[in-house]
Design a protein around this ligand. Structure first.
Ligand code: LLP
Length: 851
């Protein structure tokens, strides 16, 4: 168990250490505690060892002595004899200063006192607390090895230890007690000199001890529960990483996470000793467990990290095309300047490498000197400051197809270098430094939404940082169906597959839309779900209904009172469809020149809405983005003049403007922007009274995704309304109202194992719910028959359709499932039944509304 500087600085903290060590003792294992120096003491010792003035050094040593006297009082113990001895030796070292030629060895000796002191304090305190604790001198256990690439400085101040399991040491300690305390950061070399382990030293010591003793595990106790899927200071929604294998953890540690020094993982890999990171203040929280983890795991991106201060050096060979030895010529220059290269990209005549500031002392002199030497063998360009953005996960290459939305984000930036690590664990993009702060949260969000960061897998991912340490968060509300299990089981027993819609959930959403003060009329986009009972209920709540075809108009007519306001917003519809719609009370929307240019007489004397293309699309998948020239929707702004001319010619009044940019948007700011743009356009036209800012209000589907903030949306809309009070505001959401209300029930038909893959077949398939196949959409899937059992097995959940794409859920962790079990697919109320097909002549799922 390793504890850092703040954890050992007060008696209260030592009490915690005692409790934790005792709890491990109670599990029947022996405990070795490894400690750092009291917080601030290592820095004080460093300053002391850099001080030339003997008087000041003595003064500094006295201040350190004072800290330990005060701690003894705080602990309620006499100053332990071992501490008194150490303080005396420190005072001597400070008074004497280094002997000529011995500066580095003296520095190491001075700095080693921090841990020697803190561990001696701890041994005395814990023993006094009825936890007899044996003090161990780490230098008697950890032997530094001299490596060929080390110089005297690194040998003394940044030493390496060869840690292979040591049976003799295990036996020696076993004879000495049950609880031990030793120092982090220090070791001894062949010449019997005290040496230091350099940065991350105490974690590394703990790992060395773990390996030497072949420990059951190494626990690093710190101020946070573990590693997260992104830097939580920038991404509060970052998830705790509960399980990582050594290489993944090492990759995350070396590309950004500060919680663990990357160096402390390699000693543990060979002896397969697991390492656990835990929060000292919240020991009840799961931490990050790093180990061999042979159990099956969902393939997933684990983390995204950014590193700033990266310098790129691009080297173009001049007239040396394919010349043998070019690489060795240029790399020799890096060796000569002592610079360590991180990423490499190469082309036939160019090599570009990155230099990482954490590995190098990258002042501008160093880079300039390197560039000057390189210029002798090639054309050099230095690109800085850059930042490296790294995605980490085992098997990155097999995940590329899931990363398209993430990659698209980079498509909008200047990417200087892309590198894929040869161990298949990371994918790195080097971009300009100034874009990364804003980029990181967006990329993390996209990783969640694309399902490439499998936050649903609670074996690997824990809660968000915000849930653990923030001011709480808007949690995804548990599905209504959890409370209706028996009723749903009965419904599934009667018939499957079957859609069930929960009316109270729909009404709740309708009421939350009513909190949008700026909206004058809300329409429900019936394309999401045309069930008559749902149309009735929403009309009764005061919503209008939006349709896109004569069929939908008819469904509306049959379901709701004649005075329910309605819209007709088709796209590439037939001439006669408009004729039909104009004969009803619906507000008709045009979104092209063709109808008004070619069939202007049809619209003569009518007032219409005009849907415009604002030039960009948004939404959960490229197939649901409806803006820009690659999308077929809306009148391009450059046709506006011609449209107005035709309208005037045919006595058609443009009473409103409309825009809808896509579906599944979770950012409240979006509708404010559309509203503002439409209002500005309306001012140019003159006749406009109404602005319809579309639908697209999203519903989070992945665990950890933040729901749309309705309070913020209300604020954003009210702000625009205050600027343009002359226009009425309409909206037309579909998904938001019905998605969560619906579940698709099905029954398990067959199970199959094929190599590593376990298939779970259900009687529902892509003919009932096409969203997973069409958009890679994520729907939560549970085994309703075994709702309370733990998920143990990874399944491909598939349907009966003769298509390989008939997959409803990929790699879902579910309880061991059997034929006849009832499966529930959640959030299937929007674009589920309405998009069903008769493919393979399979029956449609029937639909039931429950109150
Ligand atoms: N208004 C217009 C003009 C639309 O085209 C749509 C949806 C909506 C409103 C309602 O959008 P919502 O609020 O439901 O996002 N099948 C896809 C969604 C396609 C949406 C088509 N238009 C899916 O399952 O995700």
């Amino acid at each position: 168990m390793k504890f850092g500087g703040t954890s050992v600085a007060t008696a209260e903290r030592w009490q915690t250490i005692g409790k934790l060590a005792a709890s491990r003792r109670a599990e029947g294992v022996r405990v070795l505690v490894v400690v750092s120096a009291l917080a601030g003491v290592t820095d004080a010792l460093k300053a002391l060892s850099a001080e030339m003035d003997g008087g000041k050094r003595k003064h500094a040593a006295a201040a350190i002595a004072e800290r330990h006297h005060a701690l003894a009082i705080d602990m309620g113990i006499e100053l332990p004899a071992r501490v008194a001895e150490r303080l005396e030796s420190l005072a001597h070292l400070a008074a004497d200063g280094p002997a000529a030629g011995q500066e580095l060895a003296w520095q190491a000796q001075v700095q080693a006192h921090g841990e020697l002191l803190s561990s001696a304090m701890g041994a005395a305190f814990l023993s006094a607390q009825h936890l007899p604790t044996t003090w161990v001198d780490s230098r008697d256990c950890l032997k530094a090895v001299a490596l060929p690439n080390q110089n005297e400085r690194t040998r003394l101040l940044s030493a390496m230890v060869e840690a292979t399991p040591d049976a003799a040491l295990q036996a020696r300690l076993a004879g000495q007690g049950e609880v031990f305390i030793a120092q982090g950061f220090i070791a001894r070399d062949d010449a019997e000199r005290t040496v230091l382990l350099g940065r991350g030293g105490s974690d590394t010591s703990a790992a060395y001890f773990g390996a030497l003793l072949k420990a059951a595990r190494v626990e690093i106790w710190t101020d946070v529960a573990g590693m997260f899927s992104a830097n939580p200071r920038q991404v509060p929604g970052a998830r705790l990483l509960k399980r990582l294998d050594y290489l993944e953890a090492q990759e995350i540690a070396s590309t950004g996470a500060k919680v663990l020094h990357p160096r402390c993982l390699s000693p543990l890999r060979e002896p397969r000793v697991p390492l656990l990171i835990k929060d000292t203040n919240r020991p009840e929280l799961d931490g990050t467990e790093i180990g061999p983890h042979l159990r099956e795991a969902v393939t997933s991106v684990k983390a995204i990290s950014t590193r700033k201060g990266i310098t790129l050096v691009s080297m173009e060979s001049v007239g040396m095309w394919q010349q043998v030895g070019f690489l060795s010529d240029v790399f020799n220059q890096f060796t000569k300047h002592g610079l360590s290269v991180d990423l490499i990209g190469s082309a036939e005549t160019n090599v570009t490498v990155s230099l990482d500031p954490t590995e190098n002392l990258l002042d501008s002199d160093a880079v300039a000197a390197l560039a000057a030497d390189l210029a002798k063998v090639c054309r050099v360009k230095v690109i800085a400051p850059c930042a490296a953005v790294t995605l980490v996960g085992r098997g990155m290459r097999s995940m590329l197809h899931e990363l398209s939305s993430v990659l698209a984000e980079f498509g909008q930036l200047r990417v200087h270098l892309i590198s894929q690590s040869s161990n298949n664990l990371n994918l790195t993009f080097v971009v300009d430094e100034d874009v990364v702060d804003e980029l990181l949260p967006r990329l993390h969000e996209l990783l969640l939404r694309s399902g490439s960061l499998r936050s649903d897998d609670d074996v690997q991912f824990g809660p968000t940082w915000q849930a653990l340490y923030g001011r709480g968060e808007a949690q995804m509300v548990p599905g209504w169906w959890r409370g209706e299990r028996q009723r749903l089981m009965n419904l599934a027993a009667e018939r499957s597959p079957r859609y069930v819609y929960h009316l109270p959930t729909i009404l709740e959403r309708a009421r939350s839309l009513k909190t949008l003060d700026a909206v004058d009329q809300c329409y429900y986009a019936v394309k999401a779900n045309t069930h008559p009972q749902i149309l009735k209920a929403l009309a009764a709540e005061g919503l209008g209904l939006e349709s896109v075809s004569p069929g939908e108009l008819q469904a509306i007519d049959q379901a709701v009172p004649a005075d329910t306001p309605r819209l007709f917003t088709p796209n590439f519809a037939r001439r006669e469809d408009y004729v039909t719609a104009l004969a009803t009370s619906a507000s008709v929307t045009l979104d092209a020149l063709h109808p008004i240019e070619q069939w202007g007489e049809v619209f003569a004397g009518h007032a219409i809405m005009l849907r415009v293309d604002l030039g960009r699309g948004l939404g959960h998948h490229e197939k649901v983005r409806t803006g820009g020239s690659s999308s077929k929707f809306g009148l391009p702004i450059e046709h506006l003049g011609r449209f107005i001319e035709c309208a005037e010619r045919h006595n058609v009044r443009i009473k409103g403007l409309h825009a809808h940019l896509g579906s599944g948007i979770l950012d409240a700011a979006h509708w404010g922007e559309v509203y503002g743009q439409l209002a500005a356009l309306a001012d140019r036209i003159g006749s406009v009274e109404i602005l319809n800012i579309g639908g697209g209000l999203g519903v989070p589907s992945h665990p950890g995704e933040q729901p749309l903030d309705m309070i913020e949306l209300n604020r954003v809309l009210s702000e625009v309304k205050a600027t343009y009070p002359q226009y009425k505001l309409w909206m037309e959401p579909g998904r938001y109202l019905v998605a969560e209300s619906g579940v698709l029930l099905s029954r398990v038909t067959q199970l199959k194992a094929k190599g590593e893959v376990r298939y779970l077949g259900t009687d529902a398939g892509m003919h009932n719910l096409i969203r997973p196949a069409l958009y890679d959409a994520w729907h939560e899937i549970v085994n309703l028959s075994r709702l309370d059992d733990a998920g143990t097995t990874l399944y491909q959940v598939v349907g009966p359709i003769c298509e390989s794409g008939d997959v409803l859920g990929n790699d879902r962790r579910l309880p061991e499932t059997h034929e006849g079990d009832v499966m529930l697919i959640a959030q299937a109320g929007a674009y589920g039944a309405v998009m069903a097909s008769h493919y393979n002549l399979r029956d449609a799922a029937d639909e039931i509304v429950i109150e």
